[in-house]
Design a protein around this ligand. Structure first.
Ligand SMILES: C[S@@+](CC[C@H](N)C(=O)[O-])C[C@H]1O[C@@H](n2cnc3c(N)ncnc32)[C@H](O)[C@@H]1O
Length: 274
Protein backbone atom coordinates (compact mmCIF):
# COMPACT_ATOMS: atom_id res chain seq x y z
CA UNK A 1 0.00 0.00 0.00
CA UNK A 2 1.39 3.43 -0.97
CA UNK A 3 2.11 6.06 1.71
CA UNK A 4 -0.74 8.35 2.73
CA UNK A 5 0.44 11.46 0.79
CA UNK A 6 0.77 9.42 -2.42
CA UNK A 7 -2.72 7.99 -1.93
CA UNK A 8 -4.06 11.54 -1.45
CA UNK A 9 -2.41 12.82 -4.67
CA UNK A 10 -3.50 9.73 -6.61
CA UNK A 11 -7.07 10.43 -5.52
CA UNK A 12 -7.24 13.35 -7.97
CA UNK A 13 -6.61 11.18 -11.03
CA UNK A 14 -9.56 9.51 -12.76
CA UNK A 15 -9.89 5.86 -11.68
CA UNK A 16 -8.69 4.24 -14.94
CA UNK A 17 -5.52 6.35 -15.02
CA UNK A 18 -4.87 5.94 -11.29
CA UNK A 19 -5.17 2.16 -11.42
CA UNK A 20 -3.07 1.86 -14.60
CA UNK A 21 -0.29 4.03 -13.07
CA UNK A 22 -0.41 2.07 -9.80
CA UNK A 23 -0.40 -1.13 -11.86
CA UNK A 24 2.69 -0.03 -13.80
CA UNK A 25 4.44 0.56 -10.47
CA UNK A 26 3.48 -2.93 -9.29
CA UNK A 27 4.80 -4.38 -12.58
CA UNK A 28 8.12 -2.58 -12.05
CA UNK A 29 8.35 -3.94 -8.50
CA UNK A 30 7.68 -7.50 -9.67
CA UNK A 31 10.11 -7.29 -12.60
CA UNK A 32 13.23 -8.62 -10.80
CA UNK A 33 11.27 -11.63 -9.49
CA UNK A 34 9.80 -12.29 -12.96
CA UNK A 35 13.24 -12.15 -14.56
CA UNK A 36 14.73 -14.45 -11.92
CA UNK A 37 11.94 -17.04 -12.02
CA UNK A 38 10.74 -18.26 -15.46
CA UNK A 39 7.54 -19.62 -13.86
CA UNK A 40 6.49 -16.05 -13.00
CA UNK A 41 7.02 -14.54 -16.46
CA UNK A 42 3.52 -15.32 -17.69
CA UNK A 43 1.78 -13.64 -14.75
CA UNK A 44 -0.74 -10.93 -15.80
CA UNK A 45 0.51 -7.33 -16.06
CA UNK A 46 -1.14 -5.05 -13.53
CA UNK A 47 -1.04 -1.99 -15.79
CA UNK A 48 -3.54 -3.76 -18.08
CA UNK A 49 -5.97 -4.78 -15.32
CA UNK A 50 -4.92 -3.86 -11.81
CA UNK A 51 -6.61 -5.99 -9.14
CA UNK A 52 -4.33 -4.81 -6.33
CA UNK A 53 -0.93 -5.55 -4.93
CA UNK A 54 0.47 -8.88 -3.79
CA UNK A 55 1.90 -11.88 -5.54
CA UNK A 56 -0.47 -13.38 -8.17
CA UNK A 57 0.21 -16.97 -7.10
CA UNK A 58 0.54 -16.42 -3.33
CA UNK A 59 -2.65 -14.31 -3.05
CA UNK A 60 -4.58 -16.77 -5.24
CA UNK A 61 -3.42 -19.68 -3.05
CA UNK A 62 -4.48 -17.81 0.08
CA UNK A 63 -7.93 -17.12 -1.40
CA UNK A 64 -8.36 -20.79 -2.36
CA UNK A 65 -7.31 -21.90 1.14
CA UNK A 66 -9.94 -19.65 2.63
CA UNK A 67 -12.63 -21.01 0.30
CA UNK A 68 -11.69 -24.56 1.25
CA UNK A 69 -11.36 -23.91 4.97
CA UNK A 70 -14.32 -21.60 5.50
CA UNK A 71 -16.78 -22.24 2.65
CA UNK A 72 -16.16 -26.00 2.35
CA UNK A 73 -15.11 -25.83 -1.33
CA UNK A 74 -14.54 -29.33 -2.82
CA UNK A 75 -12.93 -30.55 -6.09
CA UNK A 76 -16.33 -31.71 -7.38
CA UNK A 77 -18.04 -28.31 -6.91
CA UNK A 78 -19.58 -26.16 -9.62
CA UNK A 79 -18.19 -22.72 -8.89
CA UNK A 80 -19.11 -19.14 -9.80
CA UNK A 81 -16.37 -16.50 -9.47
CA UNK A 82 -18.09 -13.10 -9.26
CA UNK A 83 -15.63 -10.44 -10.48
CA UNK A 84 -12.87 -12.91 -11.40
CA UNK A 85 -10.40 -10.15 -12.33
CA UNK A 86 -7.33 -11.53 -14.07
CA UNK A 87 -7.81 -15.10 -12.86
CA UNK A 88 -5.94 -15.16 -9.55
CA UNK A 89 -8.31 -17.72 -8.04
CA UNK A 90 -8.97 -19.47 -11.38
CA UNK A 91 -5.25 -20.22 -11.56
CA UNK A 92 -5.61 -22.23 -8.35
CA UNK A 93 -8.99 -23.71 -9.22
CA UNK A 94 -7.89 -25.09 -12.61
CA UNK A 95 -6.02 -28.02 -10.99
CA UNK A 96 -8.17 -28.07 -7.82
CA UNK A 97 -11.49 -28.76 -9.59
CA UNK A 98 -10.25 -32.19 -10.58
CA UNK A 99 -13.22 -34.32 -9.54
CA UNK A 100 -15.81 -33.26 -12.09
CA UNK A 101 -16.08 -29.70 -10.83
CA UNK A 102 -16.75 -26.76 -13.12
CA UNK A 103 -16.07 -23.05 -13.10
CA UNK A 104 -17.55 -19.91 -14.57
CA UNK A 105 -15.95 -16.58 -13.86
CA UNK A 106 -17.29 -13.22 -14.94
CA UNK A 107 -16.02 -9.68 -14.74
CA UNK A 108 -16.89 -6.24 -16.06
CA UNK A 109 -13.31 -5.67 -17.25
CA UNK A 110 -12.99 -6.65 -20.92
CA UNK A 111 -9.19 -6.78 -20.72
CA UNK A 112 -9.37 -8.93 -17.58
CA UNK A 113 -11.64 -11.47 -19.30
CA UNK A 114 -9.54 -11.45 -22.48
CA UNK A 115 -6.44 -12.19 -20.39
CA UNK A 116 -8.26 -15.04 -18.60
CA UNK A 117 -9.45 -16.59 -21.88
CA UNK A 118 -5.89 -16.55 -23.24
CA UNK A 119 -4.38 -17.88 -20.05
CA UNK A 120 -6.84 -20.75 -19.57
CA UNK A 121 -7.36 -21.70 -23.24
CA UNK A 122 -6.29 -25.27 -22.39
CA UNK A 123 -8.71 -25.66 -19.45
CA UNK A 124 -12.13 -26.54 -20.92
CA UNK A 125 -13.73 -26.82 -17.46
CA UNK A 126 -13.16 -23.08 -16.97
CA UNK A 127 -15.44 -20.56 -18.71
CA UNK A 128 -15.10 -16.77 -18.65
CA UNK A 129 -17.79 -14.20 -19.43
CA UNK A 130 -17.59 -10.45 -19.88
CA UNK A 131 -20.55 -8.38 -18.62
CA UNK A 132 -20.52 -4.71 -19.57
CA UNK A 133 -21.82 -3.60 -16.18
CA UNK A 134 -21.18 -0.08 -14.91
CA UNK A 135 -18.84 0.47 -12.00
CA UNK A 136 -17.37 3.88 -11.16
CA UNK A 137 -13.95 2.43 -10.45
CA UNK A 138 -13.59 -0.42 -12.94
CA UNK A 139 -15.92 0.26 -15.86
CA UNK A 140 -17.24 3.81 -15.84
CA UNK A 141 -18.42 3.45 -19.48
CA UNK A 142 -20.40 0.26 -18.75
CA UNK A 143 -23.82 0.07 -20.42
CA UNK A 144 -25.62 -2.26 -17.99
CA UNK A 145 -26.67 -1.08 -14.53
CA UNK A 146 -25.66 -3.20 -11.57
CA UNK A 147 -29.37 -3.44 -10.75
CA UNK A 148 -30.02 -5.15 -14.11
CA UNK A 149 -27.11 -7.58 -13.91
CA UNK A 150 -27.90 -11.21 -14.65
CA UNK A 151 -25.21 -13.68 -13.59
CA UNK A 152 -24.10 -16.07 -16.38
CA UNK A 153 -25.40 -19.21 -14.65
CA UNK A 154 -28.71 -21.11 -14.61
CA UNK A 155 -31.02 -21.22 -11.57
CA UNK A 156 -29.81 -23.65 -8.88
CA UNK A 157 -26.71 -24.66 -10.87
CA UNK A 158 -23.91 -23.52 -8.50
CA UNK A 159 -22.50 -25.20 -5.39
CA UNK A 160 -20.16 -22.39 -4.32
CA UNK A 161 -20.20 -18.77 -5.48
CA UNK A 162 -17.64 -16.28 -4.28
CA UNK A 163 -16.73 -12.61 -4.64
CA UNK A 164 -13.30 -11.65 -3.34
CA UNK A 165 -12.66 -7.93 -3.11
CA UNK A 166 -15.65 -7.09 -5.32
CA UNK A 167 -18.44 -6.00 -2.93
CA UNK A 168 -15.82 -3.65 -1.44
CA UNK A 169 -16.26 -1.65 -4.68
CA UNK A 170 -20.06 -1.69 -4.86
CA UNK A 171 -22.75 0.47 -3.34
CA UNK A 172 -25.44 -1.15 -1.23
CA UNK A 173 -28.12 -1.11 -3.98
CA UNK A 174 -25.94 -3.02 -6.45
CA UNK A 175 -24.78 -5.34 -3.72
CA UNK A 176 -28.40 -6.26 -2.95
CA UNK A 177 -28.90 -7.22 -6.59
CA UNK A 178 -25.75 -9.38 -6.49
CA UNK A 179 -27.01 -11.15 -3.37
CA UNK A 180 -30.35 -11.83 -5.08
CA UNK A 181 -28.58 -13.17 -8.17
CA UNK A 182 -26.39 -15.36 -5.95
CA UNK A 183 -29.51 -16.77 -4.31
CA UNK A 184 -30.97 -17.51 -7.75
CA UNK A 185 -27.98 -19.43 -9.10
CA UNK A 186 -27.11 -21.36 -5.91
CA UNK A 187 -28.59 -24.82 -5.35
CA UNK A 188 -30.27 -25.38 -1.97
CA UNK A 189 -27.43 -25.90 0.50
CA UNK A 190 -25.03 -23.99 -1.79
CA UNK A 191 -22.75 -21.37 -0.29
CA UNK A 192 -21.73 -17.83 -1.14
CA UNK A 193 -18.46 -16.47 0.27
CA UNK A 194 -17.86 -12.76 -0.13
CA UNK A 195 -15.49 -10.23 1.33
CA UNK A 196 -16.56 -6.82 2.57
CA UNK A 197 -15.65 -4.10 5.00
CA UNK A 198 -18.29 -4.80 7.65
CA UNK A 199 -18.44 -1.59 9.65
CA UNK A 200 -19.31 -1.73 13.33
CA UNK A 201 -19.11 0.79 16.17
CA UNK A 202 -15.39 1.13 17.04
CA UNK A 203 -14.41 -0.74 13.89
CA UNK A 204 -15.37 1.66 11.13
CA UNK A 205 -12.03 3.05 9.86
CA UNK A 206 -8.33 2.33 9.98
CA UNK A 207 -5.10 4.13 9.13
CA UNK A 208 -5.19 2.89 5.52
CA UNK A 209 -8.98 2.91 5.13
CA UNK A 210 -9.99 6.35 6.33
CA UNK A 211 -13.68 5.78 5.79
CA UNK A 212 -16.09 8.72 5.78
CA UNK A 213 -19.89 8.37 5.84
CA UNK A 214 -21.54 7.78 2.46
CA UNK A 215 -25.20 7.23 1.64
CA UNK A 216 -27.35 5.79 4.41
CA UNK A 217 -25.38 2.82 5.66
CA UNK A 218 -21.98 2.97 3.98
CA UNK A 219 -18.61 4.71 4.10
CA UNK A 220 -15.98 5.45 1.44
CA UNK A 221 -12.35 6.57 1.34
CA UNK A 222 -12.93 8.95 -1.59
CA UNK A 223 -16.22 10.85 -1.99
CA UNK A 224 -15.37 11.72 -5.62
CA UNK A 225 -14.92 8.08 -6.57
CA UNK A 226 -16.95 6.08 -4.05
CA UNK A 227 -16.29 2.72 -5.72
CA UNK A 228 -12.57 3.05 -4.96
CA UNK A 229 -13.27 1.36 -1.60
CA UNK A 230 -16.63 1.08 0.16
CA UNK A 231 -17.58 -0.33 3.53
CA UNK A 232 -21.12 -1.11 4.67
CA UNK A 233 -22.67 -1.38 8.11
CA UNK A 234 -22.50 -4.95 9.32
CA UNK A 235 -26.15 -5.08 10.43
CA UNK A 236 -27.29 -3.72 7.05
CA UNK A 237 -25.19 -6.33 5.20
CA UNK A 238 -26.68 -9.08 7.34
CA UNK A 239 -30.23 -7.80 6.75
CA UNK A 240 -29.55 -7.70 2.98
CA UNK A 241 -28.33 -11.30 3.07
CA UNK A 242 -31.53 -12.34 4.86
CA UNK A 243 -33.69 -10.34 2.45
CA UNK A 244 -32.10 -12.25 -0.45
CA UNK A 245 -33.24 -15.51 1.17
CA UNK A 246 -29.74 -16.46 2.34
CA UNK A 247 -28.41 -17.13 5.84
CA UNK A 248 -25.11 -15.95 7.33
CA UNK A 249 -23.18 -18.92 8.75
CA UNK A 250 -19.89 -17.13 9.46
CA UNK A 251 -18.35 -13.69 9.61
CA UNK A 252 -14.59 -13.66 10.00
CA UNK A 253 -12.97 -10.30 10.55
CA UNK A 254 -9.95 -9.48 8.39
CA UNK A 255 -6.63 -7.76 8.95
CA UNK A 256 -7.76 -4.37 7.57
CA UNK A 257 -8.73 -3.64 11.17
CA UNK A 258 -6.70 -5.85 13.55
CA UNK A 259 -6.99 -8.23 15.25
CA UNK A 260 -7.80 -10.54 12.33
CA UNK A 261 -9.89 -13.66 12.86
CA UNK A 262 -8.64 -15.42 9.73
CA UNK A 263 -5.89 -15.19 7.10
CA UNK A 264 -7.36 -12.43 4.93
CA UNK A 265 -7.35 -8.65 4.59
CA UNK A 266 -11.08 -7.94 4.27
CA UNK A 267 -13.93 -9.37 6.34
CA UNK A 268 -15.21 -12.70 5.06
CA UNK A 269 -18.90 -13.61 5.04
CA UNK A 270 -19.96 -17.17 4.38
CA UNK A 271 -23.68 -17.52 3.68
CA UNK A 272 -25.82 -20.48 2.73
CA UNK A 273 -28.96 -20.91 0.66
CA UNK A 274 -31.31 -22.92 2.91
C1 LIG B 1 -9.86 -5.91 -6.53
S1 LIG B 1 -10.35 -6.74 -7.96
C2 LIG B 1 -10.49 -8.43 -7.39
C3 LIG B 1 -10.44 -9.44 -8.51
C4 LIG B 1 -10.60 -10.89 -8.10
N1 LIG B 1 -11.84 -11.12 -7.42
C5 LIG B 1 -9.43 -11.34 -7.25
O1 LIG B 1 -9.60 -11.50 -6.05
O2 LIG B 1 -8.34 -11.52 -7.81
C6 LIG B 1 -12.05 -6.25 -8.17
C7 LIG B 1 -12.66 -6.86 -9.41
O3 LIG B 1 -14.07 -6.68 -9.37
C8 LIG B 1 -14.51 -6.37 -10.67
N2 LIG B 1 -15.82 -5.71 -10.52
C9 LIG B 1 -16.09 -4.48 -10.07
N3 LIG B 1 -17.42 -4.26 -10.09
C10 LIG B 1 -17.98 -5.40 -10.53
C11 LIG B 1 -19.33 -5.79 -10.77
N4 LIG B 1 -20.35 -4.97 -10.56
N5 LIG B 1 -19.54 -7.04 -11.26
C12 LIG B 1 -18.51 -7.89 -11.47
N6 LIG B 1 -17.22 -7.56 -11.28
C13 LIG B 1 -16.97 -6.34 -10.82
C14 LIG B 1 -13.40 -5.51 -11.23
O4 LIG B 1 -13.42 -5.41 -12.62
C15 LIG B 1 -12.18 -6.23 -10.70
O5 LIG B 1 -11.72 -7.23 -11.58
Amino acid sequence: MAPRFLRRIAGYAPPGLRRAAAGALLDLQSLPARLADPARRAEPWAFIHNVGDGDFIAVGAQLLRNLRDHAGLKPSDRVLDIGCGNGRVAEQLAPFLSDGGGYVGFDISRSGIQACRRRFADAPHLRFEHLDVWNGEYNAAGKVAELDTVFPAADGSIDVAFATSVFTHMRMAGLRRYLAESARVLRPGGRLAFTAFALEPGRDRSEVFEFQPFEEASAVIDQRYPERAIGHRRDVLEAAVAQAGLKVVALLRGAWHPPAEYDGGQDLFVVVKP
